[in-house]
Each structure stands twice: as C-alpha cells, then as structure tokens.
Design a protein around this ligand. Structure first.
Ligand SMILES: CCCCCCCC/C=C\CCCCCCCC(=O)N[C@@H](CO)[C@H](O)/C=C/CCCCCCCCCCCCC
Ligand SMILES: [Ca+2]
Ligand SMILES: [Zn+2]
Length: 259
C-alpha cells in the first residue's frame, strides 16, 4: 500500500527526463509550470468577484487541481497520478452539475435534483473505473473538452454579441494549442528527445490555464443569463478594452428599471 506513494510508481511518465534538475523533483519543469494553476485561481476570483458572490461554490476547484498536479509531477507516484486525475474529474463533475443549463439535460431528467443524482452516479462509476487503467484517464478527461466545445457552439447560435463570439474564438485557439502540446508530448516523445526539447507537457499546463481564463468567464456568462435573471451579465476586459493584452471577466449590471 505504502509503495503507491513511492517515487516513479505512476503508470504515466511524461516526456521530460526525471531528476535532471533536482534530486527531489522528478519532473522539474512539469512541476514548476503548475504555478499557472495557482495564478489562475486568484485572477479568476478577483476578476469575477461579482459572480462568485452570487454562486460561491465554484471558486476553489482550480486550486485543488493545481495542488494535486504539482504533487504528481514532483513524485510521479501512483497516488499522485490518481489524485491529479480524480481532482480534475470531480472538478469537472461539479461544474457540470451546477453550471449546465437545464435545456441540455437528457430527456429522461426532470429537474436539477435528478441531474445531480445522475452526475453523482456517473462520477462514482468513472472514479472506480479510473483505478483499472489510469493511463486512459487523461484521454477521457480531455474528451470532456469536446463536449464543452459542443455546448459553446449551441450557446453561440443563440447569442449575437460579438464580444462573446470573440472570447469563444480565443478559448478554442488556446485550447487547440494546449491539446496539441499534450498529445505531442505523449505520442512523439522520441522526436522531442532527439532534438532535446521535452517540455511540451509544461507548455500544456500554461496553455490550458490560459484557455480556462477565457472558458470560465464564457461559461459563467451563459450561466448568469439562465440562473441570475436579476442582473444583466456583460463580458468586459481588464484592465481595459483598448489594451492589446487584456483578460475577459464577467460584470453583473443591475438593469435600469423604469418606474
Ligand atoms: C469564477 C471562478 C471559476 C473557477 C472555475 C475553475 C474551473 C476549473 C476547471 C477545471 C480545472 C481543470 C484543471 C486542469 C488541471 C490539469 C492538470 C494536468 O495537467 N493533468 C495531466 C497530468 O499531469 C492530465 O494528463 C490531464 C488531463 C486532462 C485534463 C483536462 C482538463 C480539461 C479542462 C477544460 C478546459 C476547457 C477548455 C476549453 C474547451 C473548448
Ligand atoms: Ca518523465
Ligand atoms: Zn501535468
């Protein structure tokens, strides 16, 4: 049992060489690049504080995923890998349970309570299955992004706001860059080793964090339109619209009321 915590017991070993820069950190760049998840957390929280006040549940999940991902790359242990993957699975399950608009529920589901039960059962089953072949979990988790893409397309069809379309386009661009790095690190490691450039998984950490900077405001914008009718949601940029590099966030405006 204790051996599951031991260094180098994980089923997946990423392309970066082990213990090349430190005696205690198995994959040095893959570990330190997790700093992007720790930055993501306060940035999302600060920029979207109005939304977080309305629906506080969602704020802490990216931090937990970041902690376990750091532990995993630091040790490459079996337990580290499972914690990394299961924290993402449960984060995404939590997001789905509370963020998915009712119109996307399967036909046999009547209300959110039933949907919560369905999500709990599905997540517990996936959790148990993930112990069977942990190496497969990464593919499963990444395939959830395809469903997020589908949901984005459906919502964009209902929305003519050019700002929303622009943020969605940026999210997809960053996600495509991120997933290319993740797959390339897995499939073409021999090539990257030959040219002595084995850092693509650490690029993935940074690029998927940037994609989430666009993904989160977009999905909480969709959610606000359905679930917080007392406010008018608007997507804005920090520090300003006119800056060449700016971060999108959700502002909740009180609609002007005529007497
Ligand atoms: C207002 C505040 C809201 C805060 C919400 C925070 C939402 C965070 C949501 C998800 C967290 C994902 C964290 C990803 C951690 C990745 C760690 C990692 O790299 N693990 C790998 C092993 O080291 C593992 O192989 C990767 C597995 C795949 C993970 C897939 C994550 C998908 C995230 C969805 C991104 C959507 C982008 C847009 C899609 C079109
Ligand atoms: Ca490695
Ligand atoms: Zn990783």
């Amino acid at each position: 049992m204790l051996s599951a915590f031991a260094y180098l017991t994980s089923e997946v070993d990423w392309c970066e060489g082990n213990f090349e820069h430190s005696e205690v950190i198995a994959e040095y760049y893959n570990t330190i690049s997790n700093v992007s998840f720790f930055l993501l957390f306060p940035i999302l929280l600060y920029l979207n504080h109005q939304y977080v006040q309305q629906r506080p549940l969602f704020a802490y999940t990216s931090l937990i995923a970041g902690i376990f991902s750091t532990y995993y790359h630091l040790t490459l242990s079996y337990v580290g890998q499972l914690l990394d993957e299961l924290s993402i699975l449960w984060t995404l399950a939590l997001m789905y349970t509370f963020w998915i608009p009712k119109c996307y529920f399967p036909g046999f589901i009547k209300d959110r309570t039933q949907f919560v039960c369905l999500m709990v059962i599905a997540t517990v089953v996936c959790t148990l299955m993930s112990f069977i072949k942990p190496a497969f979990n990464g593919y499963l988790l990444n395939s959830i992004s395809l469903h997020l893409l589908y949901l984005t397309c459906q919502e964009l069809k209902k929305c003519s706001n050019p700002r929303v379309h622009r943020i969605a386009a940026f999210m997809v661009m960053w996600w495509m860059l991120a997933i290319s790095c993740w797959l390339s690190d897995k499939w073409f490691c021999g090539f990257w080793q030959r040219i002595n450039f084995c850092y693509l998984h650490s690029f993935w950490h940074v690029l998927i964090s940037i994609a989430l900077l666009y993904c989160c405001p977009l999905f909480i914008y969709f959610d606000s339109r359905y679930e917080i009718p007392a406010f008018e949601p608007e997507l804005e940029y920090w520090p300003s619209d006119s800056w060449p590099i700016a971060l999108p966030y959700l502002a909740l405006r009180t609609p002007y009321k005529r007497c």
